[in-house]
Ligand binder design. Structure first.
Ligand code: NAD
Ligand code: LMR
Length: 329
C-alpha cells in the first residue's frame, strides 16, 4: 500500500542551500525511495525571489520525481507551513565577508519571529523543525519562543555541518575512512566559539587522542581553529557560503532524527540544563536518537579546558539572546 505523503516545508527555497537540498529530498535521499512527499516552498515576496523560485519549480517538474506528489510556492509562512511534518528554515540573509554575526541577528530576527508564529498556528503538532539560517542557534531560539503551543523538543538547530567537518578533519589526519570515526561531536554555538570535541572519539575502536602526536598542541592549534573557521574559509575561497555541504548536513540531521542512530551525533537543541548549560538556550550537544527522540549523552567528563570552551559559547549565546530578547516578549 502507498504510504501517506509527508509534507515538507522549505524556506529560502530558491537560495543556494535550497537549490541543493530540494532535488535530493525529492529524489528520496531524506525519507527513502518508498515515501511520497509534498513540498511547500517559501520564498521572500520580492519580485526577484519569486521569479527565481518559478525557475526552480520548472526544473523540479523536468526531473519527473516519482515520489513528488505535489509542490507549491508560497510568500506567506501561514500557507507554507500548513500541516507541515518537517520544516527546514533556511531562508535568511546570508553573512557576507567582514559582516559581524550580531548584524545578522538584527536583520534576521523578524523573519524567525514571523515563522515561529506561523508554525505555532498551522504546522502539524509534531512538526520537526530544523533551522539552518544564521546565526542559527539564536534564530532557533527565536522561532521556538515564538511558538508557545509547540513542544521545545520540536526545534533544532543545525550544527551537523560542524560535526561532519570534524569527522572529515580527523579522517584525513589519520588517513582512515570517515565511516570508521565515531563519538566526535561539537558543543555550543555555530560560531567561532564552537568546541569540537574528540576526547572520546575512536577510529576502529581505538581512542584517537592516543594516536595523535602532541595531541594537545594539535587539538588547540590545528583542529579547533580548522573546524570553527571552516565556514569563513569557504566563504573567502568560494565567494559564497557553503551550500552543498550544508544541504547534505541538513539531510543527515533530519534523517537521523527520524530514523535514529546508534552513533553519537551533534544536534543544536534547547538545553535541559545538562553540563550546566542554561536551560532553553540552543546548544550543540552530543546525542543519540531512538524512536525519533534525542537523548543527550550524559556523564562525559568536563575538564578545565572543556569547561572554559563550553562557557565561551554559553556567554556568547546569552549575549545574542539578550540583544533580541526585547523583540520576543
Ligand atoms: P542564499 O542567500 O543563497 O538564500 C537565502 C534565500 O532565502 C534567498 O533565496 C532569499 O530570497 C530567501 N529568503 C530571504 N528572506 C526570506 C524569508 N523571509 N522567507 C523565505 N525566504 C527568504 O543563502 P544560502 O547560502 O542558501 O544560506 C542560507 C542561510 O544558511 C544563511 O543564513 C547562511 O549563513 C546559513 N548557513 C548555515 C549553515 C549552518 O551550518 N547552520 C551553513 C551554511 C549556511
Ligand atoms: C558555514 O558554517 O559554512 C556557514 O554557517 C558560514 C556562514 O557564516 O554562512
Amino acid at each position: 500500500m502507498l504510504k501517506k505523503p509527508v509534507r515538507i516545508s522549505i524556506t529560502g527555497a530558491a537560495g543556494q542551500i535550497g537549490y541543493n537540498i530540494i532535488f535530493r529530498i525529492a529524489n528520496g535521499d531524506l525519507l527513502g525511495k518508498d515515501q511520497p512527499i509534498i513540498l511547500q516552498l517559501l520564498e521572500a515576496s520580492n519580485k526577484k525571489s519569486q521569479k527565481a523560485i518559478k525557475g526552480v519549480i520548472m526544473e523540479i517538474e523536468d526531473c519527473i520525481f516519482p515520489l513528488l506528489v505535489d509542490v507549491s510556492v508560497h510568500e506567506n509562512p501561514i500557507t507554507a507551513f500548513k500541516d507541515a511534518n518537517i520544516a527546514i528554515l533556511i531562508g535568511s540573509f546570508p553573512r557576507k565577508s567582514n559582516m559581524e554575526r550580531s548584524e545578522l541577528l538584527a536583520i534576521n530576527s523578524s523573519i524567525f519571529i514571523e515563522q515561529g508564529k506561523a508554525l505555532n498556528s498551522v504546522a502539524s503538532r509534531d512538526v520537526k523543525v530544523l533551522v539552518v539560517g544564521n546565526p542559527v542557534n539564536t534564530n532557533t531560539y527565536i522561532t521556538m519562543k515564538s511558538a508557545p503551543d509547540l513542544s521545545y523538543k520540536n526545534f533544532t538547530a543545525m550544527l551537523r555541518l560542524d560535526h561532519n567537518r570534524a569527522i572529515a578533519k580527523l579522517a584525513s589526519k589519520l588517513n582512515e575512512p570517515v565511516s570508521s570515526i565515531k563519538k566526535v561531536f561539537v558543543w555550543g554555538n555555530h560560531s567561532l566559539s564552537m568546541y569540537p570535541d574528540y576526547r572520546y572519539a575512536t577510529v576502529n575502536g581505538v581512542l584517537i587522542r592516543d594516536m595523535i602526536n602532541n595531541n594537545s598542541f594539535w587539538n588547540k592549534n590545528v583542529f579547533l581553529p580548522a573546524i570553527s573557521r571552516r565556514g569563513e574559509e569557504i566563504i573567502s575561497i568560494r565567494g559564497a557560503s557553503s551550500a552543498a555541504s550544508a544541504a547534505s548536513a541538513a539531510i543527515d540531521h533530519i534523517k537521523d532524527w527520524i530514523f535514529g542512530t546508534e552513533n553519537w551525533v551533534t544536534m543544536g537543541i534547547p538545553s535541559d540544563g545538562s553540563y550546566n548549560v542554561p536551560k532553553d538556550i540552543i546548544f550543540g550537544f552530543p546525542v543519540k536518537i531512538k524512536n525519533s527522540k534525542y537523548k543527550i549523552i550524559q556523564n562525559l567528563e568536563i575538564d578545565k579546558f572543556s569547561r572554559k570552551k563550553i562557557n565561551l559559547s554559553i556567554e556568547e549565546l546569552k549575549n545574542e539572546i539578550l540583544s533580541i530578547s526585547h523583540l520576543i516578549r
